[in-house]
Design a binder for this molecule. Structure first.
Ligand code: ADE
Ligand code: ZN
Length: 336
């Protein structure tokens, strides 16, 4: 079996994917036409040509503009269904999927429309892939907006399992969002946050200490503080890393410089994920293959990454154990 087939068949979890970041240009055009929305691009090729990013903000500007084609429950359904098809083809057994409600409610789309569309796709695929939603707060908006968004979502409490924090990191430290996280925690929601992508290691510490997050999304900048890395290892805090994103957003312009291998060698619970695959040139399998190639990772390393991903899910222990057993059986057969 080729390495590519081995990687794509590896039972794994995706823990860091923004559903709005899975909007492929073809679907963007289809939805724009369906909803009578004018796009600032003449063709799919022109859209892809615009995906040259200098940093996180240069990407976010285009990403939020792209999401404007999502209007009806059918649109949110089609977006989720397309992602789940691709995830399944990459061996994903469990996906914990971010969505940005404020990107939609700011355009007067009711949050119930967003949930209804996603739920229909999740139900269609439920016998083949386990999925749950993570509601993300946009950190470029105010802490009060985050609390209001969570309150608006709480009538749909059974539709999401966790909250996260994303968007422009530098200058928007996680601790500002403590009230929204406290409310989420009181509601029994699990807690994650983007930290240490472009922002400093201190944001990773703040996300742990002030927000009480259980996973760090991204986190490579934590390496700037060896004590923090030691703590992440000691506490087995999962890091949901996204190699192709880091490359395309110039965090590590050359993937051979990526520090994922250092975290892995230190014993950190590193996972590999796709972030915004429609914008960064690859889904989760492509991310595994790209980082394996750049860092010369072994087949055993790839199995560790997949095992970490399954263990880092928010699934009940018995479901986690069943998936890990499936992975172990797959790894034992190897590439033969
Ligand atoms: N929203 C979508 N992708 C993101 C990323 N990589 N960092 C912060 N916010 C995001
Ligand atoms: Zn992200």
């Amino acid at each position: 079996m080729s390495l590519e087939s081995f990687v794509r068949g590896l039972p794994k979890a995706e823990l860091h994917v923004h559903i709005e970041g899975t909007l492929e240009p073809e679907l963007m055009f289809e939805l724009a036409e369906r909803n009578g929305i004018e796009l600032p691009y003449g063709s799919v090729d022109e859209v892809r040509a615009a995906y040259e990013f200098t940093d996180l903000q240069s990407f976010l500007d285009i990403y939020y503009a792209g999401a404007s084609v999502l209007v009806t429950a059918d649109d949110f359904h089609d977006l989720m269904a397309a992602y789940l098809e691709r995830a399944m083809a990459d061996g994903v057994r469990r996906a914990e999927v971010f969505f940005d409600p404020q990107t939609h409610t700011e355009r007067d789309i009711p949050i119930s429309v967003v949930f209804d569309g996603f739920a229909r796709a999740q139900a269609t695929f439920a016998d083949r892939i386990s999925t749950d939603l993570i509601l993300c707060f946009l950190r470029h908006l105010t802490p009060g907006d985050a609390v209001a968004t969570l309150q608006e979502a709480l009538p749909h409490r059974d539709r999401f399992i966790a909250v996260g924090l994303d968007s422009s990191e530098v200058g928007n430290p996680p601790g500002q969002f403590v009230d929204a996280y406290r409310l989420a925690s009181d509601e029994g929601l699990r807690l994650v946050a983007h930290a240490g992508e472009e922002g400093p290691a201190s944001y990773v510490r703040e996300a742990l200490d002030v927000l009480g997050v259980e996973r760090i999304d991204h986190g490579p900048r934590a390496a700037d503080e060896p004590d923090l890395v030691a703590r992440l290892v000691e506490q087995a805090t999962p890091l949901t890393m996204c190699p192709l994103s880091n490359q395309r957003l110039q965090v590590f312009p050359d993937l051979r410089d990526h520090n994922l291998g250092d975290f892995l060698a230190a014993g950190a619970k590193v996972t590999v994920n796709s972030d915004d695959p429609a914008y960064f040139g690859g889904y989760i399998g492509d991310n595994y293959l790209a980082i394996a190639d750049a860092l010369d990772l072994s087949e055993a390393d790839l199995v560790v990454l997949a095992r970490n991903s399954l263990e880092a899910t928010f699934l009940p222990d018995a479901e986690k154990a069943a998936l890990v057993a499936e992975l172990d059986a797959y790894a034992k057969r190897g590439r033969a």
